[in-house]
Design a protein around this ligand. Structure first.
Ligand code: PMP
Length: 377
């Protein structure tokens, strides 16, 4: 019978290219392992400790302070932790900022997650696709000029997805919304991968389980004055004001997820040295994969337009589906796991989040070059 004990020695960790939950920094996992049974000085597990304890008060305050420092979040903006994933934010954004607004919301749809966000917003009010990349197959983000033309005056907010995880399409820089139009962003899959100009955003949110920590918590950063627009009769747990007022402690928060998120934020500040350095590392890693695609003489076909290529999720096709299957299984045999593309796009997707080591991406690029060399097969 299978028992955890029968596993014996831990197998080597493979290079895990999962889109999410994704790879976490090894020092974070090791710290969580050390703390898991008994926190030093407390003697209890982070899975057992009260969310009202002094220990957790310090954890959540430090996590918030580290996020604030990493992203240079201005005093005008509050940071809160919600459950329900980024998907619940699709609804919370619209409940708080659209339902009572008496105006429409403009969604910039650059992939599958933007479509989902728009569908939820439509349940709460008048929401439209102000720009939609679907007819092109979601291969790019709008240019600044297209964006300016698409986002009309008078909307309650404009919503973008900074990085479309499934298609591998990312805004190359902070998009700019017209003056006075609050910009709302789903940053789930490129959160903390590069510096952001938070001041430009009315609200941004991210499910933690790619770059920021485990599943179970979503980070929301919101300009406080926008919350005055929310209707008074929202369910307590769907009203951002509850989280702001109670420091995300109205009810029991996901203690363990916030604890690990705090370790990740600390790792980014102390070990990595901030988001500027992280972004440079991410650019270098992504270049290894894109170069392998571009040097393959057409064997690999990148999904995204070069100007909108994601630094987090690299997506590409091979000449035939059976080659794609062979690629995924042969890569897994080499310790390069979870490379199968999302079923809606097909092909290959390599998610190369912050914690994916450079060597992991080098190994992938080397494998790609070898595979295409014999795979003109
Ligand atoms: N938005 C984006 C960009 C995502 O990548 C995901 C998850 N992959 C979601 C939203 C949904 O997140 P969750 O599963 O946390 O609801």
């Amino acid at each position: 019978m299978f028992t955890l004990g029968s596993l014996g020695r831990m197998p080597e960790r493979p290079y895990n290219f999962s889109a999410g939950p994704g790879v976490l920094p090894l020092p974070v996992l090791e710290q969580a392992k050390r703390d898991l049974v008994a926190l030093p000085g407390l003697g209890v597990s982070p899975l057992e400790v009260s969310h009202r304890s002094a220990w957790f008060t310090e954890v959540i305050e430090r996590a918030e302070a580290d996020l604030r420092a990493l992203l240079a979040v201005p005093d005008t903006h509050r940071i809160v932790f919600c459950q329900g994933g980024a998907s619940m934010q699709f609804s919370m954004v619209a409940l708080n900022l659209l339902r009572g607004a008496g105006a429409r919301a403009d969604y910039v749809v650059t992939g599958s997650w933007g479509q989902k966000a728009l569908a939820e917003a439509r349940k709460e009010g008048d929401a439209r696709a102000a720009w939609d990349g679907r007819s092109d197959g979601f291969i790019r983000t709008p240019s600044p000029g297209e964006l300016a033309a698409a986002l009309g005056p008078g909307a309650a907010y404009a919503h973008i997805t900074t990085n479309e995880t499934i298609q591998g399409v990312e805004f190359p820089a902070n998009p700019i919304a017209p003056d006075g139009l609050p910009l709302v962003a789903d940053c789930s899959s490129d959160f903390l991968s590069r510096p952001m100009d938070v001041e430009r955003y009315g609200l941004l949110y991210a499910g933690a389980q790619k770059n920021a920590g485990p599943a179970g918590v979503a980070v929301v950063i919101v300009r406080e004055d926008l919350l005055e627009r929310a209707p008074e009769d929202l369910p307590t747990m769907l009203d951002y004001r509850t989280y702001v007022r109670e420091g995300s402690l109205f009810n029991t928060p996901p203690v363990f997820s916030i604890y690990v998120l705090g370790l990740v934020a600390h790792w980014l500040r102390q070990d990595v040295g901030g988001l500027g350095t992280m972004a440079e590392r991410n650019r270098a890693k992504a270049a290894l994969v894109y170069d392998a695609i571009d040097d393959s003489g057409g064997f690999y076909r990148g999904h995204a337009d070069p100007a909108s290529r994601s630094l987090m999720n690299v997506t590409w096709r091979l000449p035939a589906e059976d080659l794609e299957l062979a690629f995924v299984s042969e890569a897994a045999a080499e310790g390069l796991t979870d490379l199968k593309g999302h079923r809606s796009v097909g092909g290959i997707r390599a998610s190369i989040y912050n914690a994916m080591p450079h060597e992991g991406v080098e190994a992938l690029a080397a494998f790609m070059r070898e595979f295409s060399a014999d795979g003109s097969r």
